[in-house]
Each structure stands twice: as C-alpha cells, then as structure tokens.
Design a protein around this ligand. Structure first.
Ligand code: FAD
Length: 280
C-alpha cells in the first residue's frame, strides 16, 4: 500500500488549503482499507477518512494523524441491474457509468466533485435531487464489524452513518433510460453549474446548509457580502454561498469569513449551519 509521510494537505483537497498530515495512505482494496482503520483504532491512532476532499477545510497547523484516502477504492460494477460502487468511486464517473449503461435519474448530481463515500455521508444533492433517492444498500464498518443494510434515515445533507461508522461501498438502483437523453441532461446540468458557481477557483462548495425557510447564499448576497475578502479568501462574487481561495488563503482567513457571516446572521435572527467540515 502506498504511504507518504509529512504530506501537504493542500494537494488533497479542493480548497488547496492546509498544513501537513503525519501521513497519508492509499488502500488498494476494501480488505486493506478495513485493516488500516482497525489498526488505527486498536492503537488509538488519530485518523481521518478522506474521499476527494471537496467538502473539507484542513487547518494551517495540519492534521496530527493519519489520512486514509479512498482514492484507490474505485471498483464499480453491475449486479442484477443495480450499480455497486466502492467508497472511492468518483461521482462524475458514477454518472457517466449510468449514462453508458442507460440508467436515468442521477444526472442532477453530475458535476459534484466528490466520491460515493463523501456523497453518501453528506447526502449530497443538487437541483432538487439527493443521492439518498438511489441508495439501495450500504456496506459499512461499525465497531470493527462489517455490516450491510438498506438505509432509510437520510435527511437534508445528512447521511445514514453514525459517528465513527465508515462507508465501504454502496449499491444504487435507478430506472432505465435512453443514453442520449441522459448525456444531454448531464450537459445541461454542467452548463448550469458553470454559469452559477465559481468553478475556476479553489473552494469546498457551499459553506452553509440551506435553512428551513431561508437560503444562506441569498441572504449573504442581500447583505452585500459578495466579494468580501480576508487575506487570500473571499466570499465569491459569483455565488455568495461559496468562499473561494483566490490567493494562497490560510484556513484562518476562511474561518474568519465563516465566523463573520455566522455572527452577522445570528444578529439578524438566522442560525447558519455549516456544510463544510473543518478537519481537526
Ligand atoms: C465546486 C464544488 C461544488 C460542489 N457542489 C455540491 C453540490 O451541488 N451538492 C453537494 O451536496 N455538495 C457539493 N459540493 C461539496 C462536496 O463535493 C460534496 O459534499 C461531496 O459529496 C463530498 O465528497 P468527498 O469525497 O469530496 O468528501 P470529502 O470532502 O473527502 O469528505 C467529506 C466528509 O466525509 C467523510 N468521508 C468521506 N468518505 C468517507 C467514507 N467512505 N466513510 C466515512 N466518512 C467518509 C470525511 O471524513 C469528511 O468528514 C461541492 C464542492 C465543490 C468544491
């Protein structure tokens, strides 16, 4: 298994921010993944599971433990017309695979730069569609045991996993459709994303979750905070829900802007909940 020591976390997240981790390893298959996690748990070693790093903020001080990447857990196959994916399968790859095999429904998730693991954990969604609509079964590691179940307890940006549970793989069930229609929908969704989101600059997507009866991005825009900068970080001019790293931002720059917005929102009577995960 590939292992690297003292690596810069900037390379492993979409924000391109973060200090160094003690080490990072890349299990080649589920067996190695489970073994590595169990070894850390037995030794009481601090670790963090990492998918594509598109929803995390690493701190400038780094991570005093081991990063276990799912990058190489990318097996995908069809079984009884259901799509089985290891945790590290890229969501875009899954969408393209569905198009190729003629499965329709998941197109709105095209362009989310995460893995199946990260998406199920967060119940990723876009344009009125959530990954939970297609999840038939999950295989997880819980208390050193591998368990398979059909999860039902998803909610908005919250997956079915409990604390310390780790997703090993997921099985998806989709309707049959026509490849050309699916590809056309994916193209439209990608154009929509590119026109409304700051795709050219490093970020971790939407910073805050949608509220019960409000959209944080809309409020941040109304409050005039688009373009607000701290160091190398800025509230995106294109989408007020994103903070972008426009010039070697520090994690403290991002946290300053997050805290600023949260405090202002509170004064206005809104409780903004973070979607981004700060890895400590
Ligand atoms: C430009 C951009 C656009 C985005 N658009 C959207 C969008 O439209 N909708 C949306 O929902 N999100 C969006 N995101 C956020 C992000 O892409 C999603 O949340 C994605 O699902 C995260 O997946 P990941 O593999 O990158 O997770 P990571 O960032 O690697 O990890 C996120 C969390 O999940 C945990 N985790 C990852 N894999 C596992 C596993 N196998 N088992 C247990 N825990 C695990 C990590 O420890 C971490 O706590 C966007 C991000 C960017 C940068």
């Amino acid at each position: 298994m590939l292992r690297k020591y003292g690596v810069s976390l900037k390379k492993y997240c979409s924000f391109k921010i973060g200090g160094r981790a003690k080490s990072i390893c890349f299990p080649n298959n589920e067996k190695e993944f489970v073994k590595e996690i169990t070894r850390c748990q037995n030794k009481g070693e601090k670790f963090c599971i990492l998918g594509n790093g598109s929803n995390v903020l690493f701190l400038d001080r780094g991570f005093a433990g081991k990063i276990i990447s799912t990058r190489l857990l990318n097996k995908i196959y069809l079984q009884n017309d259901e799509i089985c994916c290891e945790a590290g399968v890229n969501l875009n790859f899954l969408c393209k695979y569905c198009a190729e095999k003629g499965f329709i429904g998941i197109e709105n998730l095209f362009g989310i730069p995460g893995t199946v693991g990260g998406a199920v954990v967060m119940n990723a969604g876009a344009y009125g569609c959530e990954i939970c609509q297609f999840v038939k079964k999950i295989k997880i590691l819980k208390d050193r045991e591998i368990i398979e179940k059909s999860p039902t307890n998803f909610s908005y940006r919250k997956g079915p996993l409990g604390k310390d549970e780790i997703l090993l793989s997921a099985t998806f069930s989709l309707e049959k459709g026509i490849k050309q229609d699916i590809l056309a929908s994916q193209k439209l969704i990608m154009e929509k994303r590119k026109s409304s989101q700051p795709y050219g600059l490093p970020s971790a997507g939407s910073v805050f979750k949608r509220g019960k009866d409000f959209f944080p991005a809309k409020l941040i825009d109304e409050w005039g905070f688009k373009g607000l900068k701290k160091g190398g970080a800025m509230i995106s001019n294109k989408h007020a829900g994103f903070i972008v790293n426009f010039d070697k931002a520090k994690s403290d720059d991002v946290l300053y802007l997050i805290n600023f917005v949260e405090t202002y929102a509170k004064e206005k009577g809104y409780n903004f909940e973070r979607e981004i995960i700060v890895v400590k």
